[in-house]
Design a protein around this ligand. Structure first.
Ligand code: EPZ
Length: 425
């Protein structure tokens, strides 16, 4: 089994370059199924979820040509089946986007039920509601979802909850569907906007992405395109948190500072200096962090995917802080791991109360999911002593070259191979 081993206490210094956005890449790659030409996509992150998605498209018949680590050319011309049943689909949440893309291309689709990080129930009722508005009937059996229709027609969808996945999936199903589709109460995350921009670069007619009302006029043809994916907002936020946690001084390059505004505001509230430039951001601080309260919200609120990382900072801030997780039912599974390192946190439902301690102590911990794993790295960097993180496959799903990037900032961090078996979960 592989572990990440960190000897904490080094102040991070220097600069780190952010990779392409995972949650944009895992939406844009399946969107290529809808293209009538070859698509070249740049700035894709070299991470497990992206590589799994590329494997799925290849198994469906697409020609996938990796030009280099961050550039791929995909010709979807040979994709002729609306049926997708591969092991990779059960490994991640984003594979549900295959449903929207296949439905948009073939007016029907059948795919395995998706997997993904375990924060409690992760329903897809809003996705299915949107597909129903377009005219697709759904049925679920034997771990597969089947969508059937006699041809799709644009319609008006009002999402009951702000859902990134449902917004993206309905966009994929509607982009070539005759007529006008309106998605109300839509998600406004940067990766939703990036997908809309990608589709529009192919000739789609999508307006309002980034607002809560997205209007789509179906088109009959989507040409190939050359597109560059936006930088990863959450990867950038993770390095911001790590710089602050180690009282370091780090410049994070290849960012869109507007996407980081809620994270920047919260770090400043904690007494951290954040300097914003054209396409980079500098984070540094001296002395103890101040307590504050955090409530996660859909964009432009504080991102839920930064919740575990900010909890690490609040664990060593002065005073009592509170985190309210307003997006997911159970996104505090990492707290037990953080408590092994000396954090003083009590969780009740969607709220965590954090009493700041002077410092964390290194310990053996697990990565319970992708962002929790990233938070364990931040904690290990700040802690006194050695931290060993198990189940790092979760981290490798979403962070490109995470050990190399942190090492370049002066962290004492490495991956070690042990002959212990990988834990079950
Ligand atoms: C996306 O997940 C991200 N994943 C998640 O990031 C992120 O935490 C989440 O959006 C919120 O920003 C990808 O983009 C691949 P949702 P998604 O649909 O689309 C409820 C990471 O770390 N809901 O916006 O699955 C749902 O239960 C990952 O990169 C329904 O009730 O999230 C949740 O409470 C982890 N019915 C809320 O909406 C539905 O049909 C938001 O979920 C769909 C969602």
């Amino acid at each position: 089994m592989k572990k990440i081993v960190i000897n904490g206490g080094n102040r991070l210094n220097g600069s780190v370059c952010i990779s392409g956005a995972k949650n944009a890449a895992v939406a844009i790659i399946p969107a290529i199924i809808l293209s009538d030409g070859v698509c070249r996509v740049e700035n894709i992150p070299d991470i497990m979820d992206v590589n799994l998605m590329l494997d799925i498209l290849e198994k469906m018949g697409a020609k996938v040509n990796r030009i280099n680590r961050s550039t791929v050319e995909i010709d979807p011309g040979n994709i002729s089946s609306s049926y997708a049943n591969y092991d990779e689909i059960r490994a991640m949440r984003a594979s549900c986007y295959l449903l929207g893309a296949l439905l948009g291309k073939f007016s029907e689709a059948e795919s395995a039920l998706p997997g993904g990080c375990n924060f409690g129930v992760r329903p897809i009722d809003q996705h299915l509601k949107g597909f129903g508005v377009l005219g697709a009937e759904n049925s679920v059996a034997n771990g597969m979802i089947k969508l059937k229709s006699n041809g799709l027609q644009g319609g008006h969808v009002y999402l009951d909850v702000v859902s990134v996945g449902a917004t993206i999936n309905i966009m994929l199903a509607a982009v070539k569907t005759p007529g006008r589709t309106v998605i109300e109460n839509a998600a406004k995350e940067p990766h939703v906007v990036d997908l809309a921009n990608f589709l529009n670069s192919m000739g789609a007619d999508i307006r309002g992405a980034g607002t809560d009302v997205i209007k789509i006029n179906g088109v009959s043809h989507l040409s190939g395109t050359n597109y560059t994916i936006i930088p990863d907002q959450i990867e950038a936020g993770t390095y911001m948190a790590a710089a602050a946690a180690t009282n370091g001084d780090v410049t994070i390059t290849n960012v869109i500072t507007k996407h980081l505004e809620s994270i920047t505001a919260k770090l400043r509230e904690m007494g951290i200096t954040v300097e914003e430039y054209e396409d980079c951001i500098r984070v540094h601080n001296k002395g103890r962090l101040h307590k504050c309260n955090v409530k996660t919200m859909p964009h432009p609120g504080f991102p839920t995917d930064m919740q575990p990382q900010i909890a690490v900072l609040l664990s060593v801030a002065d005073g009592t802080s509170m985190i309210t997780e307003a997006v997911w039912d159970n996104r505090f599974r990492y707290v037990d791991e953080l408590k092994r390192m000396g954090a003083n946190i009590s969780v009740s439902g969607k709220m965590a109360v954090i009493e700041g301690v002077d410092n964390l102590k290194g310990a053996p911990v697990k990565a319970t999911d992708l962002r929790a794993g990233a938070a364990m790295i931040v904690a290990g960097l700040a802690a006194q002593g050695t931290t060993c993180i198990e189940d790092i496959r979760h981290i490798e799903r979403g962070y490109e070259n995470v050990v190399g990037k942190f090492s370049s900032l002066g962290a004492d961090i490495k991956i070690v191979q042990t002959d212990e078996p990988t834990s079950a979960n």
